[in-house]
Design a protein around this ligand. Structure first.
Ligand SMILES: [Fe+2]
Ligand SMILES: [Fe+2]
Length: 251
């Protein structure tokens, strides 16, 4: 197997449509739509669920890649990444079911590969910081919001399904917290670089500035502070994340 695997080489059935993130956002703006699904309509909800579905696939592929890429990492690290592959594969099935539940289908919306490209960081510590803590931390915020909206809509299928997935994601963020610490023990420079990579992801992947500090009823996507604390985030880290969401955002 070659490494690294280019983002456009991921194996997909023909029904998946791949586009650059920026092109998707621009196409939506040109059509007078918000660049990120605001969950105000059924189509918008399907768009969000579809986006999560392809994210789960890439999370599965990224964790699988981490099993392979770091043969010298501690055995328990490899085991955690293998466990994550298994978890993410169940999440893919869950979101396929939810897409079906909403009357959607695979390929109804394009797939972007931003997540996969973050999973290509060369250093294992940077990868778990960026993917497990950065992106899966973002997943906790997004899932928390979905659960809240599903409850308001009176849709227990979405509410409970996403709640099950959220429980796994908290575990994945915890894994990231653990391995960031263990892999960089005694190497302050490696730790600094890994955290810098995570910070850059936290700043870029902010869903157009929708993610903010505040209650569900007040902000579009509330930072899931309780889930993040469960996942090993310190109060200081949460505070730093809140500050980063207050700056201008790209994605
Ligand atoms: Fe997942
Ligand atoms: Fe995950």
């Amino acid at each position: 197997m070659d490494r690294p695997i280019a983002y456009d080489k991921l194996a997909r059935e023909d029904r998946f449509v791949r586009m650059r993130t920026r092109d998707v956002a621009n196409a939506k703006i040109e059509q007078g739509m918000p660049p990120f699904p605001d969950l105000s309509s059924e189509a918008s909800m399907r768009d969000r669920i579809h986006g999560i579905l392809v994210g789960e696939m890439q999370a599965m592929e990224g964790a699988g890649r981490s099993v392979y890429d770091f043969p010298d990492a501690p055995w328990e690290f490899t085991l955690d990444m293998a466990r994550q592959v298994w978890d993410e594969s169940r999440h893919v099935e869950t979101y396929l079911g939810l897409l079906d539940h909403l009357g959607g289908y695979v390929g109804e919306f394009p797939e972007t590969t931003l997540l996969w490209r973050c999973a290509c960081a060369e250093d294992a510590a940077a990868r778990v910081a960026g993917v497990n803590r950065g992106l899966e931390g973002l997943a906790c915020d997004v899932f928390n919001q979905l659960i809240h909206i599903a409850r308001k809509m009176g849709d227990p299928v979405i509410e409970r399904s996403v709640d099950y997935v959220l429980a796994d994601e908290i575990t994945h963020v915890r894994m990231g917290s653990r391995w960031l610490n263990e892999l960089t023990r005694g190497d302050a420079e490696r730790r600094r670089r890994a955290i810098e990579f995570q910070d850059s992801i936290d700043e870029r992947f902010n869903l157009g500035g929708q993610r903010q500090d505040g209650h569900h009823e007040v902000v579009p996507i509330s930072i899931a502070k309780d889930a993040r604390r469960l996942a090993g985030f310190t109060d200081e880290e949460i505070e730093r994340l809140v500050k980063s969401t207050q700056r201008s955002q790209v994605y």
